[in-house]
Design a protein around this ligand. Structure first.
Ligand SMILES: [Zn+2]
Length: 486
């Protein structure tokens, strides 16, 4: 069944977010010191080395050749997601993603995935705030078959009440299972809604329950007719194929679909707020408490002050595996946390969030762990980062980027998400050069600009004591009270 993707975590920023975990040499205490900066080889442009062309109807096509196995991943990305939904119809982008499997004149409802599976392939789809994507992984000789089917449902979707309304129950159940039954997910939803008080990133991709229950077939058809058109789509194919081989197929199947007028993506912005906000969720189901703080941060597209690359280096300095500052200080030395992290993905159409978080060690109160995290942030803002920390972080990030091309679906994910959020192929391919150019001064300046903002949101996810039995006289658990600000 289609899956829902919460954030565009797959994209280029992941190279940064996960770098240290994949770099055992750098993470081992006692590893040899990094090579002197003078011997660092020149960093050159190029991560995935894609080929690209645009069809006459405006559909962009990207090919990433990888001939190691005779398999291809075929993806169609639409530049539309939950943040483009008309107000009052939250969840319609994800609902339509489900309904795209409900048939055309040629493919009966539910048959799409069955046909792909019968041909030895896998398929799925996902929805984010900024894009909706459909993909199939198949043997090279089945590529034409999935292109036929995907092109067919770009214009030929046929919806009836008999398939739409039972599927609405499916998404409502999906929300119940994923969000309502999971305190960490409910927390994420509350924190997003508190950070983005006006921008649609504060509305969950899956939708608010009362609006999901009222979604109609007409809502889905309107959204489909408005946004699902070749001039709003990106075809990404990775694997055992070249652009020269793909081009005639792309022209035959997708090039035959006429372009249609497309509205501009028009979204409201969050207002500046001067107040810090605090969200506390206590639930018996919470096994691992956590505290996180979020600040507004630019995406690549909104990065007027050129902070996006510096902020990625910052997350690597602070939380790049076992050598990151937060892990060393809070987990190893002070032993107040089981984990501590910073996170940031600039792959987003509008402004996004920078996050810092901590999970308290057993026996440590959330407030104590939070105070220790905030102390690290204060030190960061006071003293900045060193040249050596930045050089080490960049080396790890660049080493990781060098491995990113090995995966079949990873590069297709990264390029699709990047292009759907306003980046160019040149931006993606220039990532190593731009990371390499980041200086310690820029990292410190970006940290001060973003983590120094007053209107942050702090979320506390805490275990609730089970309802007291009549015989129990134990006092309430000594979890932190809201109110403390750092
Ligand atoms: Zn779903």
């Amino acid at each position: 069944m289609p899956v829902l993707m919460r954030r565009s975590l797959c994209a280029a920023a992941l190279l940064a977010l996960s770098a240290a975990a994949l770099s055992p040499a750098a993470a081992q205490p006692g590893a040899p010191p990094p090579a002197a900066a003078a011997r660092t080889p020149t960093v050159e442009k190029g991560v995935f080395f894609p080929e690209s062309f645009t069809l006459a109807n405006g559909m962009q096509v990207v090919v990433i050749t990888n001939t190691r196995v005779p398999v291809v991943t075929h993806m169609v990305w639409y530049r539309v997601g939950a943040a483009d939904e008309p107000r009052g119809t939250s969840g319609i982008a994800h609902f339509l993603e489900h309904l795209m499997f409900k048939g055309t004149k040629d493919i009966p409802p539910g048959a799409f995935s069955r046909i792909v599976a019968k041909n030895g392939g896998q398929d799925n789809a996902f929805t984010s705030w900024d894009y909706t994507a459909f993909y199939q992984s198949v043997a090279r000789d089945r590529l034409e078959m999935v292109m036929t089917m995907e092109a067919d449902r770009m214009t030929g979707l046929q919806l009836s009440d008999a398939v739409v309304y039972p599927e609405r129950d499916v998404i409502i159940e999906e929300r119940r299972q994923r969000v309502e039954n999971d305190p960490a997910d409910r927390m994420r939803e509350q924190v997003d809604a508190t950070l983005h008080v006006h921008h649609p990133y504060g509305t969950p991709v899956i939708g608010w329950p009362q609006e999901m229950a009222a979604l109609t077939r007409e809502d889905a058809e309107r959204f489909y007719r408005t946004w699902y058109t070749p001039n709003n789509a990106i075809l990404v194919v990775s694997g055992d194929i070249t652009a020269a081989d793909l081009k005639p197929l792309a022209e035959k199947y997708y090039g035959a679909i006429p372009a249609r007028p497309l509205p501009a993506r028009s979204r409201v912005s969050d207002p500046p707020l001067s107040a810090a906000r605090r969200v506390v969720l206590e639930d018996e189901e919470v096994r691992q408490p956590s505290v996180q703080r979020l600040w507004h941060a630019p995406s690549y597209r909104t990065d007027a002050d050129k902070q996006a690359y510096a902020l990625q280096v910052l997350t690597e300095v602070m939380s790049g595996g076992a050598t990151g500052r937060l892990y060393r200080a809070l987990v190893m030395e002070q032993k107040v946390a089981t984990s501590a992290w910073m996170g940031y993905s600039p792959v987003s159409w509008d402004g996004t969030a920078f996050v810092a978080g901590v999970s308290p060690a057993p026996g440590i109160g959330a407030e104590q762990a939070e105070a220790a995290l905030l102390e690290q942030i204060r030190t960061l803002l006071d003293k900045g980062v060193s040249e050596e920390e930045v050089a080490t972080a960049k080396r790890r990030m660049l080493a990781d980027a060098a491995y990113a091309r090995d995966s079949l679906s990873g590069p297709a994910q990264t390029l699709g998400a990047s292009l759907a959020t306003g980046q160019s192929i040149d931006d993606v391919e220039s990532w190593p050069v731009r990371i390499d150019a980041v200086t310690a001064e820029q990292v410190t300046a970006a940290a001060r600009a973003i983590l120094g903002q007053p209107d942050h949101v702090t979320g506390l996810l805490l275990p609730a004591a089970p309802p007291a039995s009549p015989s129990s006289t134990a006092p309430a658990s000594p979890v932190s009270a809201p109110g403390k600000e750092g």
